[in-house]
Design a binder for this molecule. Structure first.
Ligand code: ZN
Length: 277
């Protein structure tokens, strides 16, 4: 029988009676795979954009692979408890592009799949563009979600996390500046959404143990890096590993099977060097 993607709807929360049909008795704790995307657009190849067709193929690959797609907070709770189902995955989107709330989210919702979008709170007024997008003439591709669209998507079930106020490389900021980025973004988003915001994604994956301590002090439960690989039961929930989905479905399959774990030393080097932006 063809495996199907299990979804949040079939999972009891928060009582964690995980999953019909999967026995955990005597099983080893399962790892958590976090997948990321940035935006959808007509053409890919810029390192940030996934075409809508490729995105749908990614979701098909998850389905064929037999992924259990969980809401991020549930996934991290189950990970820590050693109660994740096999092939547990959570889906994330960084930066708050409008194509995510307007195109990716409706497709995910149609398939019953939960997801989290990490939003830069200082970029919600429809007037700002990220520095790396300033020379891009495709206005639709670089368009960011604005407050009304964010409220609507959140009300429709899209989970929202913080991605700071200004998307700066935190490792270059002093502790006071970092504290503002963490607290003001959370407060700003909570004010817009009128609900708690407990998850965070480090801009460009830049983090250190000291920054991680500030993330904890700011009240976040979950924080995500771009260090590649999967997360075992004992993995720190405030420095979770994540893979951004490659366009080719075969590559995504390799990512899901843990085939890119060997690149971790490159991630360490990249952390020291800082972003290319
Ligand atoms: Zn980002």
């Amino acid at each position: 029988m063809r495996p199907t993607t299990r979804t949040a709807a079939r999972i009891a929360r928060p009582g964690v009676r995980v999953l019909d049909g999967i026995s955990r008795a005597g099983a080893r704790p399962q790892p958590l795979t976090l997948l990321g995307w940035h935006r959808l657009g007509r053409t890919s190849g810029d390192g940030l954009t996934t075409t809508f067709d490729d995105f749908r193929r990614h979701l098909d690959v998850l389905d064929e692979w037999g992924a259990t797609v969980l809401p991020l907070d549930t996934a991290v709770e189950l990970m820590a408890a050693g109660e994740l189902p096999p092939r547990a995955v959570a889906l994330t989107f960084d930066d708050g592009y409008a194509s995510v709330s307007e195109q990716a989210w409706p497709e995910l919702r149609r398939r019953g799949l939960p997801a989290t979008m990490f939003v830069v709170s200082g970029y919600l007024d429809g007037r700002r563009t990220f520095s790396w997008d300033r020379n891009d003439s495709d206005v639709e591709r670089i368009r960011l979600v604005e407050r009304p669209g964010l409220i609507e998507a959140a009300a429709d079930g899209l989970d929202i996390g913080s991605h700071t106020v200004s998307h700066r490389w935190l490792r270059h900021l002093n502790p006071r500046e970092i504290a503002v980025e963490l607290a003001a973004s959370r407060a700003g988003l909570e004010d817009v959404l009128q609900r708690p915001v407990r998850s965070f994604a480090y801009p460009m994956g830049g983090w250190t143990p000291a920054i991680r301590e500030q993330v904890a002090a700011a009240g976040y439960d979950t924080a995500i890096t771009v260090d590649r690989g999967r997360n075992g039961q004992s993995h720190d929930p405030l420095s979770l590993r994540r893979c951004f989905a490659f366009d080719r479905p075969d590559d995504l399959r390799l990512q899901l099977d843990g085939g890119f774990t060997w690149v971790r030393p490159i991630d360490t080097f990249r952390q020291r060097r800082g972003p290319r932006l």
